[in-house]
Design a protein around this ligand. Structure first.
Ligand SMILES: Cc1cc2nc3c(=O)[nH]c(=O)nc-3n(C[C@H](O)[C@H](O)[C@H](O)COP(=O)(O)O)c2cc1C
Length: 255
C-alpha cells in the first residue's frame, strides 16, 4: 500500500476533483493553515492548487514558505484555465527548493477558467466540455505510481519579467466584489471562504481584509447576490459538476 497525502486548495472544485481521483489521504490546505499543522510527512506527498495570476493563491505561497514537508517523492499539480501554469509551478518549485525541499514531479490540467472578470462561464463550460480531463489525470496517476521524475520547463509564456506580480497588482486594483440586496443570510459565502474572511451582518455579507479573490463566495452564492464589477456574465456561475457544495464547505469552512 502506498502512503500518500494529497494537500489541496479549491474554490470551485476543479482541484478537489483532481485530488479525489489521485487517491491517498485528502487534506485541505485552508484547514492545515487554520490549525497551524505544518509538519507533513509521508511516502508520497502531492500539492494540488489552481493558477491565480500566473502564480498560486496567496495562501499557497504562505503555506509553502512555512510547511515542513518530509517525503521521498513530492509532486505538484496545478489546474488552470488558459495560461501561466508553468510559471505557477516554477515559482512553487523554486520556493520549496530554496527551503531545501526537493520537488520530483510537476504537471498541470486544463479545466474551466473560473476567473469571472475575463471569462463568461457559459462560454467556458461549452468550450471545455470535450476536454479529456480524466485521461490527463489518469496519465498523471501512472506517472506518480512509477515515481516518475518530471519538471516541465516550458518556455516562459511571456517575456515580461515578474508577470505574476504585475497581473496580481493590476487585477486586484481593477476588480472587486459587489454586494447586492438579495442576501438570504444562508451563510454559504462565509463557509466556502478559505480565509474565513466573510461575516453576515444585518443580512449583508461583510468582507474583511484577507481576501484571496478566489471567487468561491461569488460562484456559490445561492441568490447570485455577489458580482464583480465589469464581469462578462453576471448570470452564470461555475462549480465543478462532479463536486458537491458540501465538499467545498468541508474543505474551506474555517469559522
Ligand atoms: C483570481 C484568479 C486568478 C486566476 N488566474 C489564472 C491564470 O493566470 N491563468 C489561468 O490559466 N487560470 C487562472 N485562473 C483560473 C483557475 O486557475 C482555474 O479555473 C482553476 O481550475 C480553478 O480551480 P478550483 O475550481 O479548484 O478553484 C484564475 C482564477 C482566479 C479565481
Amino acid at each position: 500500500m502506498i502512503n500518500m497525502k494529497i494537500l489541496y486548495y479549491t474554490s470551485t472544485g476543479n482541484n478537489l476533483y483532481i485530488a479525489k481521483q489521485l487517491g491517498g489521504e485528502l487534506i485541505s490546505i485552508p484547514q492545515l493553515m487554520k490549525n497551524n499543522e505544518l509538519e507533513i510527512k509521508d511516502d508520497i506527498v502531492g500539492i494540488i492548487f489552481p493558477v491565480f495570476y500566473a502564480t498560486s493563491p496567496k495562501m499557497l505561497r504562505e503555506f509553502v514558505e512555512k510547511a515542513n514537508i518530509k517525503t521521498d517523492y513530492l509532486f505538484l499539480i496545478t489546474s488552470y484555465g488558459s495560461d501561466g501554469d508553468q510559471n505557477a509551478l516554477r515559482i512553487m518549485k523554486e520556493t520549496l527548493n530554496n527551503r531545501g525541499i526537493e520537488v520530483n514531479y510537476t504537471n498541470s490540467v486544463l479545466m474551466v477558467d473560473n476567473f469571472l472578470p475575463t471569462f463568461d462561464m457559459a462560454n467556458e463550460k461549452e468550450l471545455k466540455k470535450d476536454l479529456n480531463i480524466n485521461d490527463d489525470i489518469k496519465a498523471i496517476i501512472q506517472d506518480i505510481l512509477k515515481k516518475r521524475e518530471l519538471y516541465l520547463d516550458k518556455k516562459h509564456f511571456t517575456d515580461i519579467e515578474n508577470i505574476e506580480v504585475i497581473l496580481e497588482t493590476t487585477m486586484t486594483e481593477k476588480f472587486h466584489i459587489q454586494v447586492g440586496k438579495d442576501c438570504s443570510s444562508c451563510k454559504i459565502c462565509t463557509m466556502v471562504c478559505p480565509r474565513g474572511n466573510i461575516e453576515i451582518i444585518d443580512e449583508t455579507p461583510c468582507f474583511g481584509d484577507t481576501c484571496d479573490f478566489c471567487l468561491g463566495c461569488v460562484h456559490h452564492c445561492k441568490t447570485n447576490n455577489l458580482t464583480i464589477n465589469d464581469e462578462k456574465n453576471p448570470n452564470e456561475r461555475y462549480r465543478n459538476p462532479n463536486i458537491k457544495l458540501s465538499e467545498i464547505i468541508k474543505s474551506n469552512k474555517i469559522i
